[in-house]
Design a protein around this ligand. Structure first.
Ligand SMILES: [Zn+2]
Length: 515
């Protein structure tokens, strides 16, 4: 596998041009601390940033401090009471909130720590901000290494994730793009994002992950989406020790086919670095170049690209990986010998950007990989054509103030046509149920449409997994969240209510097994 940018045969159009890259970073993010012994270390974002600075990569892109996501922004996906809880909880007050902690799955894997809510606002703000910049055509690639927290659910924290910045960013992109592709190369299944979009054909989710006796337990190859979303969820289950060649023998044919058939207007790539060799929690054997090959390949399609972080628990390798992937995004080559910088001592004894993968056994046999590949390609071919809906009219791109480098965006910023700016008093589900905005006229109609109760709609998978009944969880219904929005009605003429017209074979709500 070759290092450096622009080496791939372009799948669509040439890959020889530079890309305009926007990068979101908050200097405070490295100070958040999950607690002693916790593997998730936001400090790795600061280490990445230091490497970017000393490799000279910050000069090649515009740097933004993210605007903190507001409650109303978070409530586009998350439940009001969950967001209010995250805002209110603190290490000092948590003893008084035992029931709420349990209800929202906060306390163990997802601990309460100082500044928790600000941390959520920051990482979500970066991803949403990146989506807005892409929507406005201001950049080709937007990067937020603090984002990518793919396990968070509508009203539950999970797997070190509290709010799902990816779902929020995709919702933002859906205002502008008819179809959005989500690709997840974290070692863990991208369950929160898949679940949110499980019943829509406007978002295709493709997750490559370790499957079998591994958190979060979901992501079977047979889980393909439901209803209109059937075959729009793709799961690539992998085993321990997968190496670069094996990984790419699936990644490229699958993503190539998805790009051809689904034709997304924008791509979100979750670059979880726990799929690297030597990760503290992971068990794959990818090199940094092998991991970055996914970035290089997706970049070659010349489709607006949002790159996010995710897992990654051997933090020196996380910083190496995300620095290198930033360079790939820019189309810049980096020397293997690392520049001196404030965290230099983390990278001994070699002080190089790249590290050799290990000699661990690759448990993914050629035969099994071939079976997975052909099964998935067969499923994708059933899509035949991308959903054919066309834009009727589109909101003109709103001029947003051009923030200076290292300057914070203005606070009521983002997107003047954003429906996050609308009436704050609206119920979160109503906000969620509005279709992605294609025109001002349509948005108004959508806002005026009466929304029916979505409680009854509790679909997740055809291949039914662990079932958690509604009775166990009445306070916080596990609706397949965003999918219950009428994403399939971009014309906004009516809001389809599947709950009032459910097929008889509707499976019950499925919940995901805990670690
Ligand atoms: Zn992970």
């Amino acid at each position: 596998m070759e290092a450096g940018g622009n080496s791939l045969p372009a799948a669509s159009g040439g890959d020889g041009t530079k890309r305009k890259v926007y990068y979101f970073y908050d200097p405070e993010v490295g100070n958040y601390y999950y607690g002693q012994g916790h593997p998730m270390k936001p400090h790795r974002i600061r280490m990445t940033h230091a490497l970017l600075a000393h490799y000279g990569l910050l000069q090649n892109m515009q740097v933004f401090k993210p605007c903190p996501a507001r409650d109303r922004d978070l409530c586009r996906f998350h439940a009001d009471d969950y967001v209010a809880f995250l805002r209110s909880i603190s290490p000092e007050t948590q003893q008084d909130q035992i029931r709420a902690l349990k209800r929202f799955n906060v306390g163990e894997d997802c601990p309460v720590f100082d500044g928790l809510f600000n941390f959520c606002q920051t990482y979500a703000g970066g991803s949403m901000g990146g989506a807005v910049k892409l929507n406005h055509g201001l950049c080709d690639i937007a990067i937020n290494w603090a984002g990518g927290l793919h396990h968070a659910k509508k009203c539950e924290a999970s797997g070190f994730c509290y709010v799902n910045d990816i779902v929020l960013a995709i919702l933002e992109l859906l205002k502008h793009y008819e179809r959005v592709l989500y690709v997840d190369i974290d070692i863990h299944h991208g369950d929160g994002v898949e679940e949110a979009f499980y019943t829509t054909d406007r978002v295709m989710t493709v997750s490559f992950h370790k499957f079998g006796d591994y958190f979060p337990g979901t992501g079977d190859v047979r889980d393909v989406g439901y209803g209109k979303g059937k075959y729009y969820s793709v799961n690539v289950p992998l085993d321990d020790g997968i190496d670069d060649d094996s990984y790419q023998s699936l990644f490229k044919p699958i993503i190539g086919k998805v790009m051809e058939v689904f034709r997304p207007g924008a791509v979100v790539l979750q670059c979880g670095a726990d799929s690297l060799s030597g990760d503290r929690l992971g068990c794959f054997n990818l090199s940094i170049k092998g991991h970055a090959e996914c970035v290089r390949y997706l970049r070659s399609f010349n489709v607006p690209l949002l790159m996010l972080g995710g897992g990654g628990y051997t933090i020196r390798n996380v910083a190496r990986c995300w620095c290198y992937e930033t360079a790939v995004a820019q189309g810049v080559e980096l020397e293997d010998k690392m520049p001196l910088h404030e965290y230099y001592e983390y990278f001994g004894p070699d002080y190089t950007l790249h590290v050799a993968p290990s000699n661990m056994e690759n448990k993914n046999t050629r035969l099994v990989l071939e079976e997975i590949r052909s099964k998935i390609l067969e499923n994708i071919s059933k899509l035949r054509h991308a959903p054919s809906m066309q834009f009727q009219e589109r909101v003109p791109d709103t001029e947003i103030p051009e923030a200076d480098e290292d300057q914070e965006d203005l606070d009521d910023r983002w997107d003047a046509d954003s429906d996050t700016e609308m009436d704050d008093t609206k119920h979160a589900d109503e906000q969620l149920l509005k279709p992605p905005v294609q025109s001002i006229k349509i948005k108004k109609e959508a806002a005026e449409t009466e929304i029916k109760d979505q409680e009854a709609q509790k679909v997740t998978t055809e291949h039914v997994k662990t079932v958690k009944t509604a009775a166990e969880d009445t306070s916080c219904p596990k609706i397949p969240d965003v999918a219950s929005m009428s994403l399939d009605e971009p014309s906004g003429v009516k809001l389809e209510q599947e709950s009032s017209n459910q097929p008889a074979d509707h499976p019950p709500a499925a919940a995901h097994s805990k670690p």
